[in-house]
Write a protein that binds this ligand. Structure first.
Ligand code: C5P
Length: 235
């Protein structure tokens, strides 16, 4: 769109969930559908932004919303390591980075080059050894250029909103981001669902907005907060 309030703003968005290989046919993944991050990309483009979308294992039916949008370039990635390489390569050219992807905290230490076969193991169940993945968002904050706005997501299980926001505030400060979008997740909440509630925290830990509705509605609210943060960063 022309004449949007984000005209010409370059936004890097990650979405979806990473997959960590166990062997050539198996992986450790998570339940992120990518819907919220794809909605952020679509909302930003609708307001004039140029978007690079790092898409981690997102179903084509979800990507269809942005596939033909000339303002959105989709870059597929699979593992956390691939996402890290792509994010660090693209971030110097971005005014805003939104890390909406669910990144695996761990990967398998020794990926088996052969399929692990039950019949070869004589009843002995394998043990997976995991190693920690680097925190991409923390690396992006470390390398941020002046005026760049960095946005994280936190999907948390919590007893109530107070606990949810407390966890969010601790994460915000740990990561050093400008904005953190916090949402509750559970068996039937957050992941895969079409509707969402986002609590958007500012850099001081204040709630700058709470938005409920479709993931596009909550994405629009996040883009509003990002537009304000861009203005603040320029002052
Ligand atoms: O620590 P947690 O995974 O809950 O943090 C969530 C935020 O950090 C998200 O924005 C996610 O994309 C980002 N993240 C990351 N690299 C990781 C883990 C999470 O960038 N290894």
């Amino acid at each position: 769109a022309d004449g949007g309030d984000l005209d010409g703003t370059r936004i890097l968005v990650s979405a979806g969930g990473t997959r960590e290989l166990i062997d050539p046919v198996r992986f450790i993944g998570n339940r992120s559908s990518g819907k919220q991050g794809v909605a952020v990309a679509a909302a930003a483009a609708a307001r004039g932004a140029k978007v690079v979308l790092l898409a981690a294992n997102i179903d084509d039916s979800v990507l269809a919303e942005v596939a033909t949008n000339p303002a959105i370039r989709v870059v597929p990635v699979t593992s956390a390591a691939e996402l890290e390489t792509a994010a660090l390569a693209a971030s110097p050219g971005a005014d805003v980075v939104v890390m909406a992807a669910a990144v695996s905290d761990y990967r398998v230490a020794n990926v088996s080059t052969e399929k692990i076969r039950k019949e070869d193991r004589g009843g002995d169940a394998p043990t997976l050894t995991l190693v920690e993945n680097p925190d991409i968002l923390v690396a992006l904050v470390r390398e941020r250029r002046p005026g760049q706005v960095l946005v994280g997501f936190a999907a948390e299980t919590a007893e109530d909103t107070d606990e949810l926001l407390d966890r969010g505030r601790r994460k915000l400060h740990r990561k050093g981001v400008d904005l953190l979008a916090v949402n509750a997740v559970g068996w039937s909440q957050g992941f895969e669902a079409s509707d969402n509630t986002l609590h958007i925290l500012g850099s001081a830990g204040d709630v700058v907005a709470t938005a409920s509705g479709s993931k596009r509605d909550t994405a629009d609210a996040l883009i509003d907060a990002i537009a304000d943060a861009i203005d603040d960063a320029r002052e």
